[in-house]
Design a protein around this ligand. Structure first.
Ligand SMILES: [Zn+2]
Ligand SMILES: [Zn+2]
Length: 173
């Protein structure tokens, strides 16, 4: 399925696309695991099981593509993957976010960003299993003047995983 997604997305950008754009597609759709090793250094394990080291600050990667095919300053798919995963680069508007590897952004401290299709603002890519970030406060929320500005929410909010008082609490009538 990943392979089909990759092929479909590559076809979608083939017209006028560069080899570097194809690397973007692979960086987004292939199954890769990115693990921070400290500083700007990451371990990237590719779909084929090979592990490479990416230094995002120095723009280095230990893969053969980087060593043999790319000019100075051109980034391989592993380096691109790190930049997408950490949100340093926004996922291009032409990318079908459903084809993006669902692990993108796991394990790293940043959050993937998606460029809006109109080329304007950037929105955060919400992983499927994390769609409750915008969820409602519990019906029995008891936040109010008593904890306005405090560090802790009411018990029902805390129970449901919120870490701060309900910001939309209505003043007591
Ligand atoms: Zn590489
Ligand atoms: Zn509450």
């Amino acid at each position: 399925m990943q392979t089909n997604d990759t092929a479909a997305l590559e076809r979608a950008v083939t017209d006028g696309s560069t080899d570097l754009q194809k690397r973007d597609v692979r960086a987004l759709t292939e199954y890769m695991t990115v693990l921070p090793l400290g500083g700007d250094v990451y371990s990237v394990t590719s779909q084929s099981g090979s592990e490479y080291r990416v230094d995002a600050l120095e723009a280095r990667c230990t893969c053969p593509d980087k060593q043999h095919n790319l000019e100075d300053g051109e980034l391989c798919k592993h380096e691109r993957r790190v930049r997408f995963a950490t949100g340093e680069w926004a996922i291009p508007g032409w990318a079908n976010t459903e084809a993006v590897d669902s692990q993108l952004g796991e394990h790293v401290s940043g959050t993937p960003q998606v460029a809006a299709t109109d080329g304007g603002t950037v929105e955060v890519l919400q992983p499927d299993d994390d769609s409750d970030k915008a969820r409602q406060r519990p019906d029995d929320c008891d936040c109010g003047d008593w904890n306005d500005g405090a560090e802790l929410p009411c018990w029902p909010c805390y129970r449901d995983g919120f870490e701060a008082p309900n910001p939309e609490v209505k003043a007591d009538e």
